[in-house]
Structure formats: structure tokens, C-alpha cells
Design a protein around this ligand. Structure first.
Ligand code: AMP
Ligand code: FE
Ligand code: FE
Ligand code: ZN
Length: 288
């Protein structure tokens, strides 16, 4: 069993990198990719641990990018896998810029919540989020302090796109994200296509075709939000646009308790083709 989409507490997961590896081994996972949001911090901590245990761990990332659609914009998550070559220093530096934009958004979000009488301090959020504090950490604090009953209510009422405290975050355009991963020696894959939220199948396909023409190398066909019918649909689209297939649970630990590692069976065979999309071979891992 393999799992190519997981998060640690360096972004919005609840397990530390070493706990995640332990959990993966306990659950019979043979190969794991850590794909934290906009950071390699979790992978960097996990890599030596995995190596000492001869556990197969891949370097990954999940980039938050923007899709400008009509006069609105949506967030699109692009996964990047660095199987055979460390991502370039330029890419790591670019990620630092994303972190800065995220922090700046967090400052505005905390101020906005304060102005609405929701007492959530930025320092408290950052204490929870380690290298990548985000809205799930705001939600957690709001639950803890009794402003909302659960995470969903925090998003629906306050911090989600329709919420009263929502603030926009600057981010890369989706094709820029894809190009950056490619230029850094990685394999870009579209995370959980179902979450694009495009109901019209033709419109969804047109967008996927557009991303393929921009260099997208894979579709995340297997994901805990995608049942057998969607697996079939996205497999067919991957074939049609000559892309490889990726898959993972999107494990976040306690944050999403019903999504366990290996919750969906992902055939190991997808790895060969995905790996084959790496345009660079040589050094391994994310190490500098
Ligand atoms: P951020 O990157 O800080 O803007 O936060 C985005 C993260 O918040 C996503 O990766 C999801 O894990 C989570 N998220 C976004 N929208 C919702 C929602 N409506 N309900 C629960 N979690 C959400
Ligand atoms: Fe997440
Ligand atoms: Fe995601
Ligand atoms: Zn994810």
C-alpha cells in the first residue's frame, strides 16, 4: 500500500513528522509522500528518520495556487513530487515568499476577527501552526475558545470564502505553480480534482486540459473525497490528456479523524509512471 498525500504538524496536520512515519508503518504503508501546504519543513525533519528505518519516503509539496475564473478566483491545490532530485534552491526561496504572503494574510485575518469581537491572537495561531499557520489553526482556536461549535462552523460563519471575516491571500496563478514545480525538477499533479467545485463536466474537463497544456503531469485520481465513479472519470481524463496518476488519503491526523492513512487502496503500480515523469535524475530527496 502507498500513500502520496499526507500532512504533518508543520502545516495543518496533527502528527509530527516522526509520528507520521510511525503511523504509516503501523498502517502497513510501504511508501509515503509528505505533501505539506507550501513547506518542506515536515519532510526535512522526516527524511533522516525514514532513512534510518529504511522506510520509503518521498519529498512532496501541496501548493495553494489561484485560478482566475470570470471575475472571481478560486484556490487550486497543485501537488509537486520530487522523486529523484532535490528541488532547486530557487524553488525553496520562492516558497519563502509564499510563507510571507500567508503570514501577511494571517495578520489581516486576526485583525478582522478581533474587530468583530472574536479574540484570536496571531501569536496563538502561529504557536499551533509551526512553519505554516493557516485557517484550520484559526478554526481550532475559535472552537477551543467557544466562539463556534466546530471547524465547519468557523469556516461557514467567519473564515471561509463566504464567511464574514474572509480575507484574500496573495498567491501564484495556477499555471505559474505548475511551471515552478517543473522548473524545480518536480512532477506536478492536480490535487483532489473534485474540489475544483466545477459542476459542469465539460467545463471541468476544459480546465484540466488547459492545465495539461500548461505542463501538468498527473491527476490525483485516488483521494479520500473521490469514490469509484470519480476514480473512473479522472482515470479516463488522465489517459485522454496523457497524464500519469497520483493518489493519497490527504491524511491530516486528528484534524480529519475519519481520513486514516491508507484509507483507500492505491495501486503501487501508479508510482512507476508518476516517477517516470521526473525530468531530472540524480540526487534524491529534498535536502539542500
Ligand atoms: P489556508 O491555506 O490557510 O487558506 O487554509 C486552507 C485550508 O483550510 C485547506 O487546505 C483546508 O484544509 C481548510 N479548509 C478550507 N475550506 C474549508 C472548509 N469550508 N471547511 C473546513 N476546512 C476548510
Ligand atoms: Fe490541509
Ligand atoms: Fe488540498
Ligand atoms: Zn492536502
Amino acid at each position: 500500500m502507498i500513500d502520496l498525500h499526507t500532512h504533518t504538524n508543520e502545516s495543518d496536520g496533527s502528527l509530527s513528522p516522526s509520528e507520521l512515519i510511525h503511523e504509516a508503518r503501523t498502517n502497513g504503508i510501504e511508501a509515503l509522500a509528505i505533501t505539506d501546504h507550501d513547506t518542506f519543513a515536515g519532510y526535512d525533519l522526516a527524511a533522516p528518520i525514514a532513512q534510518a528505518q529504511a522506510f520509503e519516503l518521498f519529498c512532496g509539496i501541496e501548493l495553494s495556487t489561484l485560478w482566475y475564473k470570470g471575475d472571481g478566483r478560486r484556490t487550486v491545490h497543485i501537488l509537486g513530487y520530487f522523486f529523484d532530485k532535490a528541488p532547486s534552491i530557487e524553488f525553496r526561496n520562492w516558497l519563502k515568499g509564499l510563507q510571507d504572503a500567508r503570514r501577511e494574510r494571517n495578520v489581516r485575518l486576526a485583525a478582522r476577527l478581533q474587530s468583530m469581537g472574536v479574540d484570536v491572537e496571531l501569536s496563538e495561531v502561529e504557536a499551533l501552526g509551526r512553519s505554516t499557520a493557516g485557517r484550520p489553526h484559526f478554526a481550532k482556536l475559535m472552537v477551543r475558545k467557544g466562539y463556534v461549535a466546530n471547524t465547519q462552523e468557523a469556516f461557514d460563519r467567519y473564515i471561509g470564502e463566504e464567511g464574514t471575516a474572509f480575507v484574500e491571500r496573495h498567491g501564484p496563478e495556477v499555471t505559474d505553480g505548475i511551471r515552478r514545480v517543473l522548473n524545480a525538477g518536480g512532477v506536478p499533479s492536480l490535487a483532489h480534482p473534485v474540489r475544483l467545485g466545477v459542476r459542469d463536466p465539460q467545463e471541468e474537463e476544459a480546465f484540466i486540459a488547459y492545465l495539461a497544456s500548461a505542463g501538468l503531469q498527473a491527476l490525483e485520481v485516488y483521494h479520500s473525497d473521490q469514490g469509484p465513479q470519480l476514480v473512473e472519470r479522472y482515470s479516463a481524463l488522465a489517459r485522454k490528456y496523457k497524464m500519469a496518476i497520483s493518489g493519497g488519503s490527504d491524511f491530516h491526523g486528528d484534524v480529519k479523524p475519519n481520513v486514516r492513512l491508507g484509507v483507500i487502496p492505491i495501486p503501487r503500480e501508479i508510482l512507476d509512471e508518476l516517477r517516470g515523469r521526473s525530468n531530472n535524475r540524480g540526487r534524491s530527496g529534498c535536502a539542500l
